[in-house]
Design a protein around this ligand. Sequence first.
Ligand SMILES: Cc1cc2nc3c(=O)[nH]c(=O)nc-3n(C[C@H](O)[C@H](O)[C@H](O)COP(=O)(O)OP(=O)(O)OC[C@H]3O[C@@H](n4cnc5c(N)ncnc54)[C@H](O)[C@@H]3O)c2cc1C
Length: 445
Amino acid sequence: MATFFPMEQMVVVGAGPVGMTVAALCAEQGVTPILVERRMERPEGSRAIGVTPASLEIFGRIGLDTAMLERGVMVRAAYVHNAYRKLGRLGFSEISGRHPYILVLPQADTEELLLRYLKEHGIVVHEGWTVENLSEADKAQESVRIGLRRTGGGVLEGTHSVSSDTAELHSEYVVCADGFRGGLAAQLGLASPPRYMPYHFVMGDFHDRSSLGADAHLWFTSSGAVESFPLPAGRRRWIAQLSTGLSKKISKDLSREPIDNLATLEHLVYERSGFTLHSEDCSWRSTFQPVRRIAAAAAVGRCFLAGDALHAMSPIGGQGMNSGIADAELLSELLSSLLRVSNAAVSSKAAHCSTSGERILSLEQARKVYSRARVRSGSSAASRAGIGTHIGSLRGRIGSGLRSTLIQAALNSPLQKHLASHFAMRTIPYRRAMHVLSGSTVSET
Ligand SMILES: Cc1cc2nc3c(=O)[nH]c(=O)nc-3n(C[C@H](O)[C@H](O)[C@H](O)COP(=O)(O)OP(=O)(O)OC[C@H]3O[C@@H](n4cnc5c(N)ncnc54)[C@H](O)[C@@H]3O)c2cc1C
């Protein structure tokens, strides 16, 4: 059946932080994508809370950094303790760039600001529609056919509607930012199996009665870890690693119900840090088991993966969303560049010279560049997150003693400065399209 409606230039699947950042950065470069999101409501809770200096710089390009800084808390230092004493301090004030701190801002706030930006720039988010399948729309492979099913949304304007509950879009490019559970990477043949780590964590956001202020504090003890981070509006996040017995129980039962998360969290925090939490202060709680999954490649045909769809990693260390924001930056620049060239060709200008004189990439080159850069960065961040999780989760007196000695030595030596850049993700391989388009070599920030 023929398509009677105009073809989209770019469809972004998933209006999580990464999908919305791709769309916002594209809008800034003159491309107007549409977003498709299966949910009707924003998810509850704060999930990612750490925004790194590099992500703040990226958000700065669309002017969102100011609002983020107004809402968030700047963390300038993290203190590490064992069960008996403080082992050292990790200060972020000497890391390079305009933002020598980690900004703590709940993911819900980041998403709210992005959504507002998209609305202000006329970018439509079609909520309540699930992308069910992607396929080549034509033999020349010049567009992608996107099959949608209604999961609560209204009429999808501009679609070739097959029936009221299904719809079809055609687009030159598709960004799959459908998260860890989205499934489009598997459909595109890019998924690899997830590897779960043998630890479970319980976490909650509380009204802050501690005297810990705007610093982060980590306790690594022989029975497990506790981490604590300031949140805006006088709240604080507490995360505790479950003890071996509880971890086994949760793995066996799969349902998290048998464990009273809040009582468990309160008990573990008190036992390991000495701080008392009050159930009535808790505004949100959750459990998680860290997982690693890196896609085999980041792009196939005209479809590109970004965010957790491309690289899922342990939330310990706070690198997941930040890695996705860096994907969004490179991808938006590459796709905008490809679209500028195809628009120039359509308006019968010379397809070989762009107005800005930038180097022109083919689709195949863009796929290669993006895949190589972002699979490498995602793997690097996931390995760091994994190593950090293993070290922090090490139990038993011998392992714990060794860890304390090493941490104390590292944090009280010149290595401290490097570790601060490491945790701020300043040492993750990173590449902007301008390096690619100008033909310069990979830059590491
Ligand atoms: C407890 C916890 C703490 C964390 N802390 C941090 C932190 O401090 N720092 C950090 O950087 N990261 C952190 N993370 C990770 C961070 O939350 C994720 O990396 C981030 O949400 C990934 O964003 P995303 O946009 O790729 O995916 P998601 O946020 O999962 O968004 C994907 C979106 O796609 C939609 N979708 C899925 N499939 C379809 C479909 N077929 N059609 C249409 N829509 C679809 C979903 O409904 C969803 O809205 C944490 C994670 C957890 C669980």
